[in-house]
Design a protein around this ligand. Structure first.
Ligand SMILES: Nc1ncnc2c1ncn2[C@@H]1O[C@H](COP(=O)(O)OP(=O)(O)OP(=O)(O)O)[C@@H](O)[C@H]1O
Length: 280
């Protein structure tokens, strides 16, 4: 979770490439190295507009690194990365980030405890955390409150963020990630720390989002197949920074692939549109 992130000011002037407009993320032979270690190695990955991806893998597999790359927060060390048609390293990342909704633990930790919940959401329009001197119009305020309602936490809009439970915070973070009406929504372990009811509620809300044809392309990182919402279409399995398998969810989420990914014999069961895994 502690990869050095790049600031938005870097990069040359915006230069759109000739990449297919339907390709939201396009990675070719991407590697990320830090302190002599490969966090990601030779990753090829394509995400299209109407796809909903789940990224699975054990602790330290490189999932957050992959999400930070797709979120324009990180440069590849090797290979090429295009996000929303822009090449990372050759575009204004501040501009690109306004088109991407990103929810990670690292971003959540930067929210001041005293921040009003509706401000946590509305400040996404400015890619900042912590309301400062910015002026927001009433349209922004209305949208922030509507998103909080949609996520089931509308009644908390005027509370201080620091007073919320973990489950409530997760929903606020997703509302924030949706604030700019992004073309790509990246969620890093949104169900971590939730109780069973909270998890099931979140899975149902993400399933709704996944089935909405107007929703952005979705990428959800998780450790648990039980957290995959119905409506998700594709899976990418990572281990030690390398792709073990990727493709259509049904074809990729096999006992064999999952066992290789987590390094122990596993069985996978399907119950309707949900999955469950356990040691074989
Ligand atoms: N700046 C850095 N320097 C060296 N190693 C790093 C750096 N940032 C991350 N790593 C390492 O890279 C590996 C991948 O980290 P990453 O956070 O992407 O994994 P992850 O799959 O999201 O893990 P988790 O499920 O535990 O959150 C980890 O072993 C981590 O310790």
């Amino acid at each position: 979770m502690h990869t050095d992130l790049i600031s938005g000011a870097g990069g040359a002037a915006s230069a759109s490439s000739s990449v297919d407009a339907d390709l939201v993320v396009s990675l070719d032979g991407v590697g990320v190295r830090r302190s002599g270690t490969a966090l990601l190695h030779d990753v090829d990955w394509r995400v299209e507009l109407d796809e909903r991806w789940v990224v699975l893998g054990p602790n330290g597999a490189g999932k957050t690194t992959l999400l930070n790359l797709a979120g324009g927060r990180l440069y590849p060390t090797t290979g090429t990365a295009h996000v929303l048609g822009e090449r990372i390293g050759r575009t204004d990342l501040n501009e690109l980030r306004t088109r991407i909704g990103l929810s990670t633990a690292a971003l959540a930790e930067r929210v001041p405890a005293e921040e009003r919940v509706s401000d946590v959401v509305v400040t996404a329009a400015w890619s900042v955390v912590g309301r400062w001197r910015e002026e927001y119009d009433t349209g922004d305020e209305r949208r922030a409150r509507a998103l909080l309602e949609q996520l089931g936490v509308g009644s908390l809009a005027d509370r201080a963020y620091g007073t919320l439970s973990e489950g409530e915070r997760k929903r606020v973070q997703i509302a924030r990630a949706l604030m700019t009406d992004p073309e790509l929504l990246l969620l890093d372990e949104p169900a971590a720390g939730l109780d069973l009811g909270g998890r099931e509620d979140l899975v149902a809300r993400l399933a709704e989002l996944a089935q909405d044809p107007d929703a952005p392309a979705l990428v959800l990182v998780t450790h648990h197949v039980e957290e995959i919402p119905p409506g998700f279409t594709h899976a990418l399995l990572l281990r030690d920074g390398q792709v073990v398998a990727q493709g259509l969810l049904d074809q990729t989420l096999t006992a064999d692939n999952l066992s290789k990914t987590f390094g122990l014999p596993l069985t996978v069961d399907r119950h309707g549109a949900r999955f469950a895994a356990r040691a074989a």
